[in-house]
Every structure is written in C-alpha cells, then in structure tokens.
Ligand binder design. Structure first.
Ligand code: NPG
Length: 387
C-alpha cells in the first residue's frame, strides 16, 4: 500500500481513501491476577471484544472496554456486539474511508455506543499508522517517550490489606496511588493510607457513589492533601458537582460525566471539576479524545489517562494517547503483570523504577499480538467482509 493512502489524524487533507476488506470482532476471556473491587462491583474475569481490521494486507487492532453489565456506563458486551454488527460495521464497510476523523464522522449519526465506536477507531488508527510506518504517538503529535503512571487499587477486605498493597506498589515505582472509595470505605481508609504513605501523590475515586447530601462528610477528605477526588456524584451530573467543588478544597476530577470535548469545556466552565481524565473508550475514540485533550489544554486543566483493565492492545493505545503534551498527571496505566499472568501481546508493558512506561516506537500501536495465546483464549468470533 502506498504511504499516501492514509492521511494522519488531525489532518483532514484529502488523500486516496481506503476500503476495508474485513472487520473481525473476537471475544477473548481473561482472568485478572487479583480481583478488582470498586463502589459498583467486583471483577475477576473479563470477556474482552477485540477488533481486527484489514485493508490491502495491513491489519489494525482495537479493544472495546464495555463490560458484562451496565455498571460503569450504559454500554455492555451485548449492546456493543449488537450495534457493531447491525449498524457500525456495515456503515464502515460500505464506503471508502479517508482518515480516522472520517471513521468518527461516518459513525456519528448513530447516537451513543461510544465504547463500541472507539474499538473501531482504535483498530483503524493502528492500521493507518502501520501503513505509514509511524507509531500512533507520532501520528497524533505525542511529545513524550515515557509516560508517568500510577496504580488504581480496589477495595480490600481490610484496611491493613490495602495498606500492604499501597506499599508494594510504591516500592515498584508507581508515581501515584489511587484508592477506590464508597460510603463506609473512605475517610478512615484514606487516613490510614496517608499515615503509611505521607508524601506521595494520592487520589481517590468514588465511581458515582455519593450525593450532595454527603458534602460535609466528603469535606473531611480535604485534610489529606489529595491530588483529586474522582467522580464523587452521578455519572450524568454537572450541576451538583459544581456545588460540591465550591465546597471542597480538593480538586474534583470528572470521569464518567465527560463524554465529549463539548462536555469537557462545559464542566470546566461551570466549575464542576478542575481536572478531567480521558478514556478513549468512554469518549468514543481518538477523534473525541484529542478534542477533550485540547479543550482541557485551552482551559489550563491538565489531563490524565484513565484505564478500564485493558489487555495489551487497549493498553498500547492508552500509552500512545498519554504521550500527548497535556497528559501531565500520572495515568491509570499499570504494568501488564498487575492485571494478567499472560498478556495478549508478545512484549508485556512494564513500569520502570522511575514510575514510567515507555511509549512503543514501532509502527501503529508498536505491540505485536501473541496469536497462539489469543487463539487459546478466544471464546467467540465474527468476521464481516466488505459487500
Ligand atoms: O488500571 O485499568 C486500570 C483500572 C483503573 O480504576 C480503574 N478503572 O473507574 O476508572 C475506573 C475503573 C474501572 C475499571 C472502570 C473497570 C470500569 C471498569
């Protein structure tokens, strides 16, 4: 394929458009090395939909972060498979595509289903960058060769067990510790962790577990010099978050509530938060993720990359995204071994002692698929071909 075939993202200059020959959706089953508990539930095994796209003999891979049940957002594995098969994939196979933005534009008439759309944009981005011999980081204007990373620690049976996890991860170099909180597992937990970890960057994530009626309770967290409190209130709220932010010294970071660049600009203008995390899946792909990044930069708000317990494919996309300049806070991008005994890529991601992850420099995501292992853990597969 000629390198002129794929224009880069952030450039809409006309170039020879590309016709995809096939799109495969493959379900793989993976078991976490340690169960992960948040305010909304406990995960020990994940069924992950992967997307493989092919054009002119080049392939690209993406990952979909939807879960079995609609506990984090409305999307599920079931809704993703339906909307991919019945709406999104037929739309992409029906016409030539000239850029990553063109993929986003083609899918825009379908409302919502951002995680499913993101899986397609990720695969197309990988394909496009590979065909140009560029890493995704280069293609999107990344400026870092290493990204700062933190670790997100789930709810444990006891505070002592959590403190043990905190110290173990600090020893591995992680630059920031994030604790999952919920009513009944918050102030005393944070107090104990702060005592054991007095100086380092510490944040908490409530995953929507509180209401404005908890304002006085949450104000107690101001005593612990937290980097942020993430998504304390409802996933679809901006107004109560603004009231809470006025009452707290600690910065609020929004996650679930931010679905697009416009929402990010509104949240910052309303004072609903001072920080935003970006998850490519939550916002529907690279096009919107770049838009959120830029909107935050315009408002002087730093961003960081969220995580959804991805396997190596989604993780590689997260690392590429986090190489953009405004990702100045450590992301939820941990080493492959924190999640999986064996990852689906040949070279697992590692965290260096300085708490960074290297941005792959090879074409596309820069990671190679471990095909033998992928076949072993495949539990479902559907291939769609161009009409
Ligand atoms: O390291 O990937 C990771 C996990 C980071 O805490 C994390 N993710 O609410 O941000 C979250 C949470 C999450 C995980 C949300 C799985 C949804 C599913």
């Amino acid at each position: 394929m000629s390198s002129a075939a794929f224009p880069l993202t952030r450039t809409l200059t006309a170039a020879a458009p590309v016709r995809l020959s096939s799109i495969e959706v493959r379900l793989v089953s993976l078991t976490l090395v340690r169960p992960f508990e948040t305010s909304f539930g406990r995960t020990d095994t994940r069924t992950v939909p992967l997307v493989r796209m092919v054009a002119d003999g080049v392939e690209g891979w993406g990952e979909i972060v939807a879960d079995q049940e609609p506990l984090y957002s409305e999307e599920t594995l079931g809704t993703a498979q339906h909307v991919l098969a019945d709406c999104l994939i037929p739309a992409l196979l029906a016409r030539p595509l000239s850029s990553v933005e063109d993929v986003a534009a083609t899918l825009r008439r379908f409302k919502g289903h951002r995680m499913a759309k993101a899986g397609l944009e990720l695969a197309f981005m990988d394909l496009a960058a590979r065909s140009r011999g560029l890493s995704i980081s280069q293609a999107i204007g990344g400026t870092r060769d290493h990204v700062p990373v933190g670790v997100s620690l789930g709810i444990e049976k006891t505070i002592d067990a959590l403190v043990e996890q905190v110290l173990a991860h600090v020893a591995q170099g992680y630059q920031r510790i994030k604790l999952k909180i919920k009513p009944g597992w918050d102030v005393e937990v944070v107090r104990a962790v702060r005592e054991a970890y007095p100086q380092g960057l510490l944040s908490v994530d409530a995953n929507t577990a509180y209401t404005l009626a908890h304002t006085e309770h949450l104000r107690q967290l101001d005593a612990f010099d937290l980097l942020m409190i993430e998504q304390p209130l409802a996933h679809d709220d901006m107004v109560d978050h603004a009231a809470l932010q006025r009452a707290l010294r600690t910065d609020i970071c929004l996650d679930e509530s931010i679905l697009h660049a416009r929402g990010a600009a509104h949240a910052l203008a309303l004072g609903s938060c001072r920080l935003i995390n970006i998850k490519i899946g939550r916002v529907g792909g690279y096009t919107e993720a770049l838009g959120v990044h830029d909107a935050c930069q315009t408002h002087g708000a730093p961003v960081w990359c969220g995580g959804m317990l991805e396997c190596g494919i989604g993780r590689a996309h997260n690392v590429a995204l986090a190489s953009l300049p405004n990702f100045s806070l450590p992301g939820d991008i941990s080493a492959s071994k924190r999640y999986w005994a064996r990852d689906v890529i040949t070279t697992p991601f590692e965290v260096a002692p300085d708490g960074t992850v290297a941005v792959p420099t090879g074409p596309g995501t820069g990671v190679e698929i471990d095909h033998a292992f992928l076949d072993e853990i495949t539990v479902g597969r559907r291939v769609f071909t161009a009409p």
